[in-house]
Design a protein around this ligand. Structure first.
Ligand code: FES
Ligand SMILES: [Fe+2]
Length: 439
């Protein structure tokens, strides 16, 4: 295990790469030239999450993912594997599918009716004998992309030269294995079009400096003092922030009592909140012990594979460049921002939540309140019309105002705090990826 055993308590220089101090130039947030550079050098080179294994349970089931103007279909095969193909008919390029999910023996093109098998091979064509070069059935194939599975997600990459997925994800698969993400159920499945560039949201998830101001409610349950928060950045571009949970913040005057919801959680685990008066920060270790001792009998059998810190804390992992996982013992969140197809001042924002199975529990807590423990339908929300969860709403609320400020001649590249180093690193990696070099 590559120094992960010293994590989250320790410091390792390999996981704190130096930054150059590049200027975080404004045009990257709104210029079409930047958007094109990102398409040419970033989106066409990285591993994308195209769907979830629960979207494609039977052979022939498919899930579609659109990224800017590209579209990819991932299809479950007879042998259980999943293959990815560009969503473009090999006859004259017509897009083949137009919904998130679907299934069947073949995919039929709506233009001239060519039928494509689940393996991407052409099965049937009108007047096949008339096709120039001979009958293409059984020979012609949709263009295939690299496709792999990790953590229950279906990943694809448009770059045939890309590293294998697990190598690209290093060291996260080993670090996060205990959560058994692949066994969890997506109970929240929301998407919206947000009024800011995708990187405005990335910057937000690459720092916790905004917690006291934007999410003050969290201080009763999460240690949001950066001095007690662990940050690591990896060569791969991914990074992790671990925040202690199940204890109040010690940022200012330490709290004297366990306030809601911490008191409720203590009681659930058989502990008396009064015992933690004057020492509420001790609640975290007490809850870890109680979960370890009584978790299995309460139906939380999956606790066995989590370490003590994972029983109470939040592992906030931002995968390069745009996919964030926030993991806890109660479930995990996906927070993804992707570029809008044409407008650099907008983005596509996904908020998903996954819950582990707990024996006898058919209603679970999600960032949008209680939900049935079952696969959620995909819901596309018109931004502002409905909540995306109160913490996500708070984060997105500054998206449009920051987008406006970044246009000002008064924005000169910003001044960061030390705890925002991951933002600096993100932009330097981006500068290198799109080929502009240090700015
Ligand atoms: S474009 Fe698909 S069948 Fe003609
Ligand atoms: Fe936030």
């Amino acid at each position: 295990m590559k120094n992960i055993d010293s994590f989250p308590g320790g410091y390792h220089p390999d996981y704190d790469p130096p930054v150059r101090g590049d200027n975080i130039t404004a045009e990257r947030y709104f210029s079409k030239e930047w958007m094109q550079k990102e398409w040419d050098h970033l989106w066409t080179k990285i591993w994308h999450v195209g769907g979830h294994i629960s979207d494609v349970e039977e052979p022939g089931d498919w899930v579609r993912h659109n990224i800017m103007n590209e579209s990819v279909i991932m299809i479950r095969q007879e042998d259980g594997s999943i293959k990815a193909f560009y969503n473009a008919c090999q006859h004259r390029g017509n897009r083949l599918v137009f919904s998130d999910i679907g299934g069947g023996e073949t995919i039929t093109c709506s233009y001239h009716g060519w039928k494509w098998g689940k393996d991407g091979v052409l099965k049937q064509a009108q007047n096949a004998e008339d096709v120039v070069g001979g009958n293409p059935c059984g020979k012609l194939k949709l263009v295939e992309l690299q496709c792999e599975i990790w953590a229950g997600f279906i990943w694809y990459n448009m770059d045939p030269e890309a590293k294998p997925l697990l190598e690209w994800l290093d060291p996260l698969p080993e670090m996060l294995a205990g959560y058994q993400m692949e066994t969890q159920t997506r109970t929240l499945y929301l998407t919206t079009e947000a009024p800011c560039n995708w990187k405005v949201i990335r910057d937000n998830f690459n720092e916790s400096y905004h917690l006291p101001t934007l999410h003050p409610e969290l201080a009763t349950f999460v240690e949001d003092d950066y001095k007690n928060t662990h940050f690591q950045s990896y060569q791969s571009g991914h990074n992790v922030m671990v925040m202690k949970g199940h204890q109040p913040s010690t940022r200012e005057i330490p709290q004297e009592f366990c306030e809601p919801p911490l008191d409720v959680v203590l009681e659930y685990w058989g502990l008396d909140p009064k015992d933690f008066e004057k020492r509420p920060a001790d609640a975290r270790i007490a809850i870890q012990k109680a979960k370890r001792e009584t978790g299995a009998e309460k139906g939380y059998t999956f606790f066995e594979t989590l370490n003590d810190a994972q029983l109470t804390d939040y592992y906030h992992c931002t995968l390069w460049p745009n996919f964030t996982l926030t993991l806890s013992a109660d479930g995990f969140q996906v927070l993804r921002s992707e570029p809008h197809p044409t407008d650099p001042e907008k983005c596509i924002f996904d908020h998903w939540f996954f819950n582990p199975e707990v024996e006898g529990r058919d209603v679970v807590e999600t960032p949008c309140g209680p939900k049935p423990f079952e696969d959620a339908e995909h819901e596309t929300i018109v931004y502002g019309e409905k909540s995306l969860g109160f913490v996500a709403d708070q984060d997105l609320s500054v998206g449009s105002s920051q987008q406006q400020g970044l246009h000002s001649r008064g924005y000169t590249g910003g001044v960061l705090t030390g705890q925002e180093k991951r933002i600096q690193r993100f932009h330097e990696l981006l500068n290198d990826a799109v080929g502009v070099g240090p700015t």
